[in-house]
Every structure is written in C-alpha cells, then in structure tokens.
Design a protein around this ligand. Structure first.
Ligand code: OGA
Ligand code: MN
Length: 196
C-alpha cells in the first residue's frame, strides 16, 4: 500500500510544515474503493456523528462513515493488510517523532454530491488524543471542477489544498484546522487518526 522508500522525507516534512502527501499504490486504493462502494450498497455506512443535535451536526458535516476495525462484517484480506500497514506507519511515526502512540482508528468515508465538512480541528485542547490525521483517497480521475478538496489552514492562510485523487494519502498534524469543500461528485476515502 504505502511506498515507504522515502518515508523519512515525508516525516521530516510533517516535522517542518505539519503535513505531507504520500504516494499510495493505485491498485490497492482501487480495491479499497470497490469494497467501500459494495459495503455502502449493503447499507453498512452510517451518517457520521458529532456531539450535539442531529440537525446542528448536518450543517457541519454530512458524510457517511463505516469504521474499519475488528467489528467490521466479513473483514477482507486487503482491509486487514491496510490495518497492518497503518500499524507499521504508527511505529515509524513513534520512532521518528519519539512519542508514544497507543493506537489508531480509521473509517471509510463517503460524501454524496453536495456534501462537505466545515472547518474543524480533529484535536482540541479538551480532546487532544488525536496526534496525526490521515486520509487515503479512493477517487479515480478527479478533475478540478469536481471540487471536494481538503483545505488546511493556519489562521486565515491556506496551508494546503488537495484534491481527493486516488494514489495519495495526506498525513497531517491533528491540530491543523481543515475542511472538506462541497464535492461535485461522490467522494470516497479512508480517514483515520493516530492517537496518543
Ligand atoms: C475528517 C476530515 C478530510 C477528508 O473526517 O475529520 O477532515 O479529506 N476528512 O476527507
Ligand atoms: Mn478532520
């Protein structure tokens, strides 16, 4: 999945700038995309939840998610391998940053056309267990007019703007504010967090 030859370079980018885009094997991501679509058809996805009322929440985010963990129905080999690669990455992050990460969590995410996730932090002063966020994109032939970019901010300034194109994984510090722009096309990913 992860082409880890230059992993150190990417980890150094995160140390210097807070984020990095890593290459992901295209075929691998394509297989995950097919599995995600099949699981969504079988109604395994749920509207994503935040604390607070359901109506308030839908104005903030309206994606659907499915946790990719041991409780998943009929976990497939490639899903297990993905989790195992992410466990390796957790180890590399620990070694490079000399911090302890206790675990990671991740889910498939699906945004229908028109859906978005407003500016937010994955980690705050009060809920600071998430240290690094990542998103593996599963969308083939994404075009500029498809929109749905992930935009990172430092204050009002854009730090990054990334189309959710297959073959890429963004890894960034969870205390960086970010948003998912409204998408003009169904948008699929595996999104997760390395936690302390
Ligand atoms: C999230 C998130 C970004 C993306 O789920 O918290 O910010 O590009 N996702 O899907
Ligand atoms: Mn987020």
């Amino acid at each position: 999945m992860l082409q880890t030859i230059y992993l150190e370079t990417h980890l150094q980018e995160i140390a210097d700038h807070g984020w990095s885009v890593l290459p992901i094997d295209h075929q691998w991501a394509q297989s995950l995309a097919e599995i995600a679509r099949a699981r969504q058809k079988q109604n395994e996805f749920k509207t994503a939840s935040l604390a607070g009322s359901a109506e308030l929440q839908l104005t903030i985010r309206n994606d659907q998610t499915l946790w990719l963990d041991a409780k998943l129905n009929d976990q497939l080999k490639i899903e297990q391998e993905t989790l195992s690669k992410l466990a390796d990455l957790q180890q590399q992050l620990q070694n490079f940053f000399r911090i302890h990460l206790s675990e990671f969590e991740c889910h498939y995410a699906y945004y229908e056309t028109g859906h978005f996730y407003q500016r937010h932090f994955d980690s705050t002063e009060f809920n600071n267990k998430r240290i690094f966020s990542f998103v593996i994109y599963l969308n083939d032939k994404w075009q500029a007019h498809d929109a749905g970019e992930l935009v990172g901010y430092i204050g009002q300034k854009e730090l990054f703007r990334l189309p959710p194109q297959i073959g890429k994984m963004i890894l960034f510090r969870s205390d960086i504010e970010h948003e998912v722009m409204p998408t003009n096309r169904p948008r699929w990913s595996v999104t997760g967090w390395f936690r302390k």
